[in-house]
Design a binder for this molecule. Structure first.
Ligand SMILES: Nc1ncnc2c1ncn2[C@@H]1O[C@H](COP(=O)(O)OP(=O)(O)O)[C@@H](O)[C@H]1O
Ligand SMILES: [Mg+2]
Length: 361
């Protein structure tokens, strides 16, 4: 009899932890944890999940690469990332960062907060955390069997997802400056029969950048007093962008010499693409993905009324709230926040200028 009662309780709690309809692997005993909440994406704005992420004790932790490989998944990332299980049944992703530069983690938390304020896109609940003396971000782990990195899968998913959701993802990326977009930072899940895109790894949000809507952003990658640009207060010189066709550490050294710090050359990655850049305000601004014909730019012709209102509602005090946890991060300057509102203004201006009126007939 008690077995039957236990079975009934488990069956009742079971749908609460499944998250996504096709995810049999989620259907485990964790759903019977007393503190368990429904982690379906419709509840991601619920602060209960964040609280559980913060309060849960780590019961197991393994490198994400190992976890992905054990489930037959591809691993395309560079960071110190871990798959973590908590004593309250939640599964999460911990990204360990140097204690003196937690900017990436603050950006990830802000991206989640922005998704709540705007109502889009789908960003899993994310909090700052401290695990065994290591600091970083902790994000709800989202189960999926779909491998976004397999050829054609991402493109196919983009066609299946609601047009408004795809447009909103592009608009979020553009306005909040998540330039590191693409299938390597997207999870694809099937929720009942609906395909949903989940935006993970939003650390690119931290980078200062300059961009025109419909073009690729120039991302600030390096500051150096030695550049002596003496152009404070001047507009960003998009028209002065230069390109180095086959960049290597040597060709870059020839171009910039010791005006850039050694750390820039040490961490340089070419990605097999031309190096397009602008020098402005003592900084090097790199246009990632320039020359990559496959790259899908953060641009859309679609703006729903709901999204327009959400974007119109963004203001400085909302942004300060979104970036609350980042308030001591060095990227969070007045100019950084103004640049987000400036990109928002560009989007609204674009849609005002390109408004199509319904036919009167
Ligand atoms: N919330 C999540 N749910 C499920 N898997 C995730 C989640 N976040 C990250 N991952 C997995 O971990 C990998 C590395 O995470 P990511 O945030 O992209 O790290 P990096 O900053 O090193 O690129 C991702 O490519 C993905 O496979
Ligand atoms: Mg990544």
């Amino acid at each position: 009899m008690s077995c039957r009662i236990l079975l009934i309780i488990c069956v009742l709690c079971f749908p609460m932890n499944t998250g996504f309809a096709d995810e049999q692997s989620n259907k485990n005993i964790a759903s019977c944890f007393p503190q368990m909440v429904d982690t379906h994406l419709k509840n991601w704005k619920n602060s209960q999940i964040s609280t559980l992420l913060k309060k849960g004790k780590v019961i197991s932790m393994r490198p994400m690469r190992e976890h992905l490989q054990s489930t037959g998944k591809k691993a395309e990332f560079d960071g110190d990332v871990f798959f973590v299980e908590l004593d309250n049944g939640l599964k999460a992703v911990f990204k360990n960062l140097p204690k003196d530069d937690l900017g990436d983690a603050h950006a990830e938390v802000a991206a989640y907060q922005a998704s709540i304020s705007l109502g889009f896109p789908n960003v899993p609940p994310t909090v700052m955390t401290d695990i065994k003396g290591m600091k970083g971000s902790l994000q709800l782990f989202v189960e999926t069997r779909i491998e976004a990195l397999n050829p054609g899968i991402y493109e196919h998913a983009l066609n299946e997802v609601d047009e408004e959701d795809v447009a909103n993802l592009h608009l979020f990326y553009f306005v909040f400056g998540q330039w590191d977009s693409g299938p390597h930072n997207i999870l694809i899940v099937k929720d009942k029969e609906k395909t949903q895109l989940i935006a993970i790894d939003n650390s690119g949000v931290r980078n200062h950048q300059r961009v025109k809507y419909g073009e690729l952003p120039f991302v600030r990658v390096c500051y150096s007093d030695k550049l002596k640009t003496n152009d404070w207060g001047k507009p960003f010189p998009f028209e002065q962008a230069k390109t180095i066709e086959n960049p290597t550490t040597e060709t870059l050294q020839k171009t910039f010499g010791d005006t850039l710090p050694a750390s820039f050359y040490q961490s340089f990655k070419g990605y097999g693409l031309p190096f397009r850049y602008v020098i402005h305000q003592n900084s090097l601004w790199r246009q990632y993905h320039a020359g990559d014909g496959e790259f899908l730019m953060s641009f859309t012709h679609h703006l729903s009324d709901r999204t327009r209102k959400a974007l119109e509602g963004l203001n400085l005090s909302m942004l300060k709230k979104i970036f609350t946890s980042a308030k001591n991060a060095d990227f969070l300057t007045p100019a950084y926040l103004e640049a987000i509102l400036e990109r928002r203004d560009q989007v609204l201006r674009h849609f005002k200028e390109h408004r199509t009126y319904p036919s009167l007939l």
